[in-house]
Design a protein around this ligand. Structure first.
Ligand SMILES: [Zn+2]
Length: 295
């Protein structure tokens, strides 16, 4: 029995309208599972599946942002309230110690569980950090604080890691030694990690980038299909005792009238035998405690 936590940045749950790309995107796996698209119209609870909207604004004015949203998801705290506002991109410096000490990774390990952070980080990532072109992500701070190994391109070649963009396209285009793979194959790699670890975390920034218009015109439907195919591969390869949880930090891609974040709720989609444990989760800062209780 393992738990797969798939974090999709910038994916809100909104009604099935013409403004919501999820209503019309080619997402056959989600449609089969939900008997319809991943929209507010298909909220449901069955024995082994739950889809519900959960709040990402956490009582703080303004648009929810990634820096504080990631901390809320990974540490189970109201990070925007603690910080006084929603902070984009990277976690507030003052919240880093809390994230390192109270992350879902660290608490799971302290309870005797094994944890894998599935994403691979290239040498270029660490160079960009050293050159201060970027700051540490919440996930990296949480992993380092918990002693969870950060995977690299060697793991990628051995199919024991995923890239944030699922298909290895960005690494391939940078000239790294990474042949592209299909989203279904990436999903199978994620499922394989669950054979070795109790908690597997994967993060993907595609919906947020596409929603912000940073992947060019026409990227939104392709990104949604890529994620759908990842889930298809994951469901095919996973063990029936595994539970998959998909959620986000804020809306973005679900409203094509804006390239900004939204205050929409985000989906909490749980597939598998532990789905019932999540029926009372209403906010993103309640996700991590619920996963820890379900492990
Ligand atoms: Zn975000």
């Amino acid at each position: 029995m393992a738990f797969l936590f798939v974090f999709l940045d910038g994916l809100g749950l909104a009604p099935s309208t013409v403004e919501n790309p999820l209503a019309a995107a080619t997402m056959v796996t989600f449609r089969d599972l939900l008997h319809g698209p991943l929209t507010l119209n298909h909220v449901q609870e069955r024995a082994d599946l739950l889809l519900r909207p959960i709040d990402a604004a956490l009582g703080v004015d303004g648009l929810p942002q990634s820096g504080t949203g990631h901390v809320a998801l990974l540490a189970g705290v109201n990070a925007p309230a603690l910080h006084g506002r929603h902070q984009p991109n990277f976690p507030p410096v003052a919240l880093r110690p809390l994230l390192a000490e109270r992350s879902i990774f660290r608490l799971a390990i302290q309870s005797g569980h094994t944890v894998a952070f599935a994403n691979a980080f290239s040498a270029g990532y660490w160079q960009a950090l050293a050159a201060r072109r970027i700051r540490r992500s919440a996930s990296v701070i949480a992993a380092e604080g918990a002693g969870v190994r950060l995977r690299d391109n060697d793991d990628l070649r051995e199919n024991r890691a995923l890239t944030w963009d699922i298909t290895r396209q960005a690494a391939h285009e940078r000239g790294e030694d990474a042949a592209m793979i299909t989203p279904e194959i990436a999903g199978s790699h994620l499922a394989n990690l669950a054979r070795e670890y109790a908690l597997v975390f994967f993060e993907c920034f595609l919906p947020d980038l596409a929603g912000h218009g940073r992947m060019g015109a026409g990227a939104v439907p392709e990104v949604l299909t890529r994620i759908d195919r990842l889930l298809g591969g994951l469901l095919t390869a996973r063990h029936p005792t595994d539970t998959i949880l998909i959620t986000s930090d804020h809306g973005n891609i679900e409203d094509d009238r804006t390239q900004s974040h939204t205050r929409n709720p985000v989906p909490l989609l749980v597939i598998g035998p532990q789905a019932g444990h999540f029926a009372t989760v209403t906010r993103i800062d309640a996700v991590a405690p619920a996963i820890l209780a379900a492990l």
